[in-house]
Structures are given as structure tokens and as C-alpha cells.
Design a protein around this ligand. Structure first.
Ligand code: BES
Ligand code: MN
Ligand code: ZN
Length: 501
């Protein structure tokens, strides 16, 4: 997609579609007033009839508007003006773009709204819009002959002072963010027959080459040499060999802390011998979403040339039921030396991450964020659309929470009280890989991971709910969502902007 900024007046912007945001309780003054005037009072009439309210995401199309240069007009609700921000603008514009991209169109103009809080700067609006238009026109129809969504050749964002340097920078940032979100979505949406540890690692290698990142890929012999008994046990039931991808990007001043972004990359989770029922297994191609998010975030950070030192580590395995699969009662020795009793082979993500987190420390990680579709319990606790955050360090957790808040991605912290430690004790080994009963399952999983990060500031993000959407909504396609890519980049951007990570 060709994305550009332009200062043409809304009513004069040519194209197949013009998209204009309308806030709740709007007044027909300023730009909307001018639009209403050239349209002969149509907006006023639609509003009188209650057909145009500005409710967030409400879309009203005028297929043959007279008086404006564009062929068609789509009015999309922005919700309450005072609340206009990343989340609502993103939702409004993805909704609009999803509608116009159901057919082949060449040229779309989007009027960047001028209403709402002044803190929501023009640059930020452009960044959000540029990402949203990228994400909105890409679907999960990767294997359909009859596509459901079509790429748009050119999108023009209409804004005053289009030539200003900071606005151009914002456009570029938004474009990179949108592409990174789409990369995550694509990797998650690819079926497990095509996306498995080797193909994931190949893709990472191609991206590393393209964007000048350092990459190490550890195969089975290297993982054995590293004594990653916990990760290897998960992969032992699969015909497909495991991989550990380690990407490195360093444009930081000397002495800057190394941030590790670690992702769970279970390319298919059958549950292993603790086999999942069909319903639970149906979407388990999504179990590498953490790794896909880590990969896309590191790529975006590199493309944005942020002044930071970041390593991205992805633990890639398939959790299957083969003859050499790990068994209940097995005791694994993790890379760190900790012994783990396997009481449920479906609690495999923590076994993978145990070794990857430990490896991250030996690669010099000083601050860690991990991302994992780790527990159904987190979905029970927070619902399908909220990320669970668990941490051993409150200031670091606050930094992640505030980056999430700024990007409008919903996240909520769960406690890590000492009392949960008892729940992962084992009679035969140092720890076991489940927390006993069902209760507190998201937290006991995090407590398990905590054993492998020593005392380094660490935040664990359980994305089991929000990483994958079961069905379409007006504002987003079903399938991989790319959640947390924006938050991670925001986190790193803030650090690069003077605040230390
Ligand atoms: N990959 C699943 C978690 C999951 C569930 C992700 C739903 C996305 C949607 C994970 O490996 C798993 O199976 N967890 C178990 C842990 C249990 C056995 C302690 C779970 O949540 O049931
Ligand atoms: Mn599992
Ligand atoms: Zn899993």
C-alpha cells in the first residue's frame, strides 16, 4: 500500500472512497459543517433521522454523494470527543477500512479528525491512522481463491500542514507498526502444516537479512549442547525438530541495558499425551503468537532505528504425542539445573519458556518481557480481550502497563503473592509444571516462570485470550490479532526517548 499525507480539502479529495470521522453529539461547524454544506444538508438530515449518531464504529455510507470530489463517502463514528485517542481512532478506522476493502479499490482518502483532546496530537493521530489502514485491509483469507478482503493501492491521509517533518515521521512509524501487526497476524494465521519451528526460523532469518538484524538459530544439537532439557522434552513427541531463534539489534549508547523480548512459539499445541479435546485444540495453531509478536516487534524496532539494545528470543516447538513424547511423572532438568516434574503435558508453554528465559539471562538480558498464549485460566480471569500482566518488579511492570495504556491495548495486572509458590511444589523434583487444581492457573504459571529469571526485572504477558479472535467483529478480522506489537514498540520508544528501559 502506498500511504501519503496531503492537505487537500476534504470535499476536494478525489478517490474511490472518502472516509470521515464523526464524533458523538457532533455539531455541523468547521470541517463537518463545510462537508454538510456541499452535500446539501445531508449530514443534518441523517442526524435528525438518528441514522448518523457518531457512536464509536457506526458506519454510514453515501454511495453517490453529490458535491464532493470522491466517488463514495463513508462516515464513521468516533465516539465521545473527549475520549478520542489511540483506541477509539484505531477502532473507527479499522472498521471503515474493513468495509471499503471488501472490494477492489485503488484510492481512498481518510480525513484525520481534528476534534478531541489536544494531547492527542496530529502526529499521533497520523501514526494511529497509518497503522489502522494497513491492518484493516488485510484478512485471514490466506488460502481462499475468492478473497474476502483486497489491498488498497493508495491511501491518502488528509491533514493540515502535510509537509511537516514530524507528521511525515509519524506516517512512517505508523506504516511500520501496521506492517508489524500484519506480520504477526500472518504468522499466527498460517496453518501448522506450513508454520512449524523450521519455517518460522526461516522466516525470521529472511527478515533478519532484510532489516540488518543479527540472528542465531539453534537447532536440536545446539539445544542439547545447551542442556535445554525442558524445551527439548516438549518437542520430543514431534517429528519436527525444535528451533530457538535469537535476534539482536543494538543501536544503543554504550552501557545501555539489554532488553529481552521472549516469545512462546508452540507452533501447534495438541496438549501432548494430556491430549486436548477437539474444541480446545481447534485454534492451537495460535500457540506461537508470543513468538510471532516478539519477532514482529524486534523487526519494527530495527526498522524504526530506535536507540536501544534489544534481543528477541523465540522458543519454537510442536507439542505432539509421538512415541518419544514426554510422559506424566517424567522429571526434566532445565538448563538452569532446576528439576521439573511433569504432571500435565499440556502445560508445555512454561517448559519451553523456562529454558528460553534462562538462555536470555546468559545472553545478557537485564530487563525481560515475555509473551505467551500460556493459560486458559487467564482468559477465564480477564476475558478474551485483555492481556494479563504478571511481574517480579513493580516499576518495570508499571512501564509496560503505561505503554499498553498509551496504545489503547487493554492489560491488567494479576498478583504474584508468595503464597502461590507452594502450589508448584513437587514431592520428587524442585517444582512441578502445574499448580495443583484449577484455581489461580494464570498466576501459578507465572510463578513457575519466575523461577527462571533470577532477580532480573521481568514482566510476563499472558496473551492467551487476545492473541487470537474466534470470529470477525466489525473492527477486526477473526484469527491472529497482532496484540502487543504496538505496546512493545511504545515501551521501547519511550526508553529510547531518554527514559532508560
Ligand atoms: N496453549 C495453551 C493455553 C491456551 C488456551 C492458549 C486457550 C490459547 C487459548 C496452554 O499450553 C495450555 O494448554 N494450558 C493449560 C494449562 C493447564 C494444563 C495447567 C490450560 O490452560 O488449560
Ligand atoms: Mn498446552
Ligand atoms: Zn500451549
Amino acid at each position: 500500500m502506498q500511504l501519503r499525507l496531503d492537505s487537500t480539502h476534504t470535499t476536494k479529495a478525489a478517490g474511490d472512497w472518502l472516509i470521515v470521522g464523526v464524533p458523538e453529539a457532533f455539531e455541523l461547524t468547521g470541517e463537518l459543517g463545510e462537508l454538510d454544506a456541499v452535500l446539501g444538508g445531508q449530514l443534518a438530515r441523517l442526524n435528525e433521522q438518528q441514522d448518523l449518531t457518531g457512536k464509536l464504529g457506526q458506519a454510514v455510507t453515501l454511495p453517490t454523494p453529490l458535491g464532493i470530489a470522491a466517488k463514495r463517502l463513508l462516515l464513521v463514528g468516533l465516539g465521545p470527543q473527549q475520549k478520542l485517542g489511540d483506541a477509539s481512532l484505531n477502532r473507527a478506522l479499522t472498521t471503515a477500512i474493513r468495509q471499503v476493502s471488501t472490494r477492489k479499490v485503488d484510492q481512498v482518502a481518510v480525513a484525520i479528525p481534528t476534534v478531541g483532546p489536544a494531547e492527542f496530537t496530529a502526529a499521533r493521530r497520523i501514526q494511529v491512522a497509518a497503522a489502522a489502514v494497513q491492518v484493516g485491509c488485510v484478512g485471514q483469507d490466506l488460502y481462499r481463491k475468492e478473497r474476502k478482503r483486497f489491498p488498497i493501492a493508495e491511501v491518502t491521509l488528509l491533514v493540515a500542514n502535510a509537509a511537516e517533518a514530524d507528521l511525515q515521521t509519524a506516517l512512517h512509524t505508523g506504516q511500520i507498526l501496521g506492517e508489524a501487526v500484519n506480520l504477526t497476524r500472518e504468522l499466527v494465521n498460517l496453518p501448522p502444516a506450513d508454520m512449524y519451528p523450521e519455517t518460522f526460523a526461516d522466516r525470521a532469518a529472511a527478515l533478519a537479512e532484510e532489516f540488518g538484524l543479527k540472528i542465531d538459530i539453534l537447532g536440536k544439537p545446539e539445544l542439547e549442547a545447551e542442556k535445554m532439557g525442558s524445551l527439548l522434552a516438549v518437542s520430543s513427541g514431534s517429528e519436527r525438530p525444535p528451533r530457538l531463534v535469537c535476534l539482536e539489534y543494538n543501536q544503543a549508547p554504550v552501557g545501555a541495558p539489554v532488553l529481552a523480548i521472549v516469545g512462546k512459539g508452540v507452533t501447534f499445541d495438541s496438549g501432548g499425551l494430556s491430549l486436548k479435546p477437539t474444541d480446545g485444540m481447534l485454534t492451537m495453531k495460535c500457540d506461537m503468537a508470543g513468538a510471532a509478536t516478539a519477532l514482529a516487534a524486534v523487526v519494527a524496532i530495527a526498522r524504526l532505528k530506535l536507540p536501544v539494545h534489544v534481543i528477541g528470543l523465540m522458543g519454537l516447538v510442536e507439542n505432539m504425542t509421538g512415541g518419544l513424547a514426554m510422559k506424566l511423572g517424567d522429571v526434566l532438568t532445565a538448563r538452569s539445573g532446576v528439576t521439573i516434574e511433569v504432571q500435565n503435558t499440556d502445560a508445555e508453554g512454561r517448559l519451553v519458556l523456562a529454558d528460553v528465559l534462562d538462555y536470555a539471562l546468559s545472553r545478557g538480558a537485564e530487563k525481560i518481557v515475555d509473551l505467551a498464549t500460556l493459560t486458559g485460566a487467564c482468559v477465564v480471569a480477564l476475558g478474551e480481550e485483555v492481556v494479563g500482566a504478571m511481574s517480579n518488579n513493580q516499576p518495570w511492570c508499571d512501564a509496560v502497563l503505561s505503554a499498553a495504556k498509551a496504545t489503547g491495548e487493554d492489560m491488567w495486572q494479576l498478583p504474584m503473592f508468595d503464597l502461590y509458590n507452594g502450589m508448584i511444589e513437587s514431592d520428587v523434583a524442585d517444582i512441578r509444571n502445574v499448580g495443583g487444581g484449577r484455581w489461580g492457573g494464570a498466576i501459578t504459571a507465572a510463578k513457575f516462570l519466575e523461577r527462571f529469571v533470577k532477580d532480573k526485572p521481568w514482566v510476563h504477558l499472558d496473551i492467551a485470550g487476545p492473541a487470537f479472535a474466534g470470529s470477525d467483529k466489525p473492527h477486526r478480522e477473526g484469527g491472529g490479532t497482532g496484540v502487543m506489537v504496538r505496546t512493545l514498540v511504545e515501551l521501547v520508544q519511550r526508553a529510547g526517548g531518554g527514559r532508560q528501559i
